[in-house]
Design a binder for this molecule. Sequence first.
Ligand SMILES: Cc1ncc(C[n+]2csc(CCOP(=O)(O)OP(=O)(O)O)c2C)c(N)n1
Ligand SMILES: CC(=O)[C@@H](O)[C@H](O)COP(=O)(O)O
Ligand SMILES: [Mg+2]
Length: 646
Amino acid sequence: MLVEPGELLAAINSPDDLKKLSEDQLVQVSQELRQFIIDSVSIYGGHFGASLGVVELTVALHYVFNTPYDQLVWDVGHQAYGHKILTGRRDRFPTNRRYGGMSGFPKRKESEYDAFGVGHSSTSIGAALGMAVASDYKGEKDRQHIAVIGDGAMTAGMAFEALNHAGVANSNLLVILNDNCMSIDPNVGALKEYLTDITTSRTYNKVRDELWNVLGKLSKFGPNPQQIARKVEQAMKATLLKQSNLFEALNFRYFGPVDGHDVQHLATILRDLKTIPGPKILHCVTVKGKGYALAEKDQTLWHAPGLFDKITGEIHTKTYEKPQPPKYQDVFGHTMVELAEQNDKVMGVTPAMPSGCSLNIMMKAMPDRAFDVGIAEQHAVTFSAGLATQGLVPFCNIYSSFMQRAYDQVLHDVALQNLNVVFCLDRAGFAGADGPTHHGCYDIAYMRSIPNMVVSAPMNEEELRNLMYTAQLPDMGPFSIRYPRGEGMMPEWRTPLKKIAVGTGRVVREGEGVAILSIGHIGNYAAKATQQLAAEGLNVGHYDMRFAKPLDEEMLAAALSKYKAIVTVEDGCLPGGFGAAILEFMADHGYSVPVKRLGIPDRIVEHGTQDELYKECGFDVAGIAAAVREMAGKVAAKAAVEKVVL
Ligand SMILES: Cc1ncc(C[n+]2csc(CCOP(=O)(O)OP(=O)(O)O)c2C)c(N)n1
Ligand SMILES: CC(=O)[C@@H](O)[C@H](O)COP(=O)(O)O
Ligand SMILES: [Mg+2]
């Protein structure tokens, strides 16, 4: 073991062991847990700042509540490392996010302590409410249901929808709002300002603390003082806070704000809250990255820093002798500025991923033309639709998997009205270590089914730039461009912007016998496979189709007439995907050439590096080459049979 737990932590293999500690020992065990997370993430990688920020909360929750009977739902789950360590998975930590190893997020099949599988944000309140209502139905009156949600996740519509329901369901639900003023980037929006208003109202906090101190003393004499104090507190909130009672207006009892790093105080409060029925919210104020100075200072960088030297804080980056290709996201970010300089109608929109998708480059250069709307994918799409009705051309950049949330908005608000909105789907295909919650498998299939939608994918940086350029030309209608996480292919990527005729592909190489039809970046793997095959004497054709919709029908017809077998390659799901589009075209036009489709199969693919997952699914370079050989073998066998018959 490269990471040794501290003395108390070493003895904790489940929350039952934690409960054996005295309340005085909670501070030490919290320190040890924090150190274990720092030590582990520095050498194994993963999300960092969020877990450090909830160390005390995690300890207090498992100390006070009877998990797993009491159900604890973590929102997003990127902050649940402490939870995993305390619930019997400390020894598995070296495998975190690795192929075949522990998931970076809570996952029901991984542990009975993971009450709900997460990864996408803002699901915790709805899920915990469902559990609470189920407990009501089953008569489990003693069961507790807790949702831990961050201030960033709280900005999403789903969270509000669940609060709205919970306020009348009257079930036993505790929402813990972990307020650190941060999403991945600084949190945005009016809710953030409201929460800041509560946390910074010194007068309110002072009067409230005094009131509850008195209450604590009086409560020995019965529940009445509590009721009086509550009434006084409500009146006080209304007068002392600018906008009061957002949560109380939704029938939640609001407690806080409390210091989320005072573990003993948290344990006391949580114990009290256990006795209060119905929906309640505890507002905890925490610091993202708490306990690691650099992470406290640059919270965005340390959200998920990669491997680092825990002593110096140096983040390990590879060094290269030659210039390397840029990340696709950066090509997007810089090209946005270039396009916006040329076309004053171009705007940028991101739901809470400005640094993830590099729209932050435009937000800095043109703050009035690029918007972070918070974790609100549905709103991001409809907001973009609104901009488009006024003649603007919004580029709405959403990670492929998060876009799943906004399918109806794409269809109803954009496509039905044929509005000029450009959807840039970053992290399309396998996301890698984040795993199935984040893999962008489905976008070709779901975008292809939408009328008016152009579905495209660049094979390299130049194509990304040209597709972006094309998409903002007049009257293009809804236009989607997908590209993967990570680097492209071209160190010299600032190529002149050129129009690509919609629905046209390009020939990468002519061959004979078998042709590969690929879409997007994975075409580079196909290109390598064709080179390997050429060395073996197999001269394989390769077409970079660029568009899954509309297909380049002319090119396809030519390829289907010339070649005896086809292999399609996509970094997307096979059902309904690019290969399926080719088969539909063939069926509709009477082609019967044998086809082998390579892509993401119809099952959940877990986490690992992108290359490990391509290999697992058979579309890494070796897999593509093997598929071509197989098809070439069939072609040769068929030709041999035909020769004998003749
Ligand atoms: C639907 C969805 N959109 C975006 C994300 C990406 N994302 C993951 S964590 C995060 C920030 C969450 O902020 P908060 O809930 O406040 O948690 P913190 O990191 O501050 O602890 C974002 C935007 C996501 N996981 N799910
Ligand atoms: C938890 C979460 O959803 C994000 O932090 C996500 O892991 C970011 O992914 P990228 O690293 O690909 O931006
Ligand atoms: Mg936050």
